[in-house]
Design a protein around this ligand. Structure first.
Ligand code: ADP
Length: 248
């Protein structure tokens, strides 16, 4: 069976909006623990692809599997999220009046398995998990400060931290470095590459310098299907990719 090894598997997926194929026979395999960057011009289908994986959009045809056991096309959005698929949208949405620590605590409450423990008082286990995420995201020093005082970059890291509280198996991250300073981009590169291996990470990103700095494997989407796949040197020297980007 081909469905062994990959954490995410899309086969011959097509989605039409009013007869227009936003996703057109898309095939994509993400291996367990992989960090994959998805690039492609505006309208290539990147957002629609993320919407399909999370169950927000239903494909007309094709297969979408999480691991070998979970047919995502039979599941709704909350069910898919509960498998451990976390999505980070471009704009950070943290609770500005709450502290960094409280934001992470609240993110834990979204985990139904933990909720009873949380209402009964915070266990050492939860505190440990928050401490671990504070270290991973580099926000330990700021844990008692309100999230509202964080820089744009720090808010993005906090939101990634909030997703990590639920121990996702697959993180989908939309344009993480938009609006970041050079230093924040470097820190974000460290954070995302550090996460890979422990979980699988799919990053949609426009900034080619950033993509080059993090990705071993890049998928180029164009007109709803895969135009090229490989490492950054391979895809950026592909004549079809050059044509699409120069033509855009
Ligand atoms: P990307 O994220 O790569 O910019 P999208 O997935 O947002 O691309 O869009 C792919 C194509 O599908 C675009 O041409 C877009 O206009 C179209 N599209 C996306 N969502 C809808 C929708 N809900 N209704 C109609 N057209 C849509």
């Amino acid at each position: 069976d081909v469905r062994h090894g990959p954490i995410l598997y899309l086969e011959d997926v097509t989605v039409s909006f009013d007869g227009f194929k936003a996703i057109d026979n898309l095939n994509l395999t993400i291996d367990d623990g992989e960090l994959r960057c998805i690039i492609g011009p505006n309208g290539a289908g990147k957002t629609t692809m993320m919407d399909i994986i999370t169950g927000k959009t239903r494909p007309d045809t094709g297969q979408v599997w999480f691991g070998s056991r979970h047919n995502l096309l039979t599941m709704n959005e909350p069910e898919i999220a509960s498998l451990g698929i976390g999505r980070k949208f471009q704009k950070p949405t943290v609770f500005e009046a709450l502290t960094v620590f409280e934001n992470l605590e609240l993110a834990m409450a979204a985990d139904k398995r933990i909720l009873p423990t949380l209402t009964a008082g915070m266990s050492g286990e939860i505190r440990d998990r928050i401490d671990e995420v504070l270290l991973t995201t580099g926000l330990a020093e700021l844990s008692r400060r309100p999230a509202g005082i964080l820089s744009h970059g720090q808010k993005q890291w906090l939101e990634i931290g909030m997703l990590l509280m639920q121990r996702p198996r697959l993180l989908l991250v939309d344009e993480p470095v938009a609006g970041m300073t050079e230093q924040e981009m470097e820190r974000t590169a460290e954070l995302l590459t550090g996460l890979a291996g422990k979980q699988s990470v799919v990053v949609v990103e426009h900034d080619m310098g950033f993509v080059r700095s993090i990705a071993r494997q890049v998928t180029v989407l164009h007109q709803g299907s895969v135009l090229a796949e490989g490492n950054m040197d391979q895809v950026s020297s592909d004549p079809r990719v050059i044509e699409v980007y120069l033509g855009a």
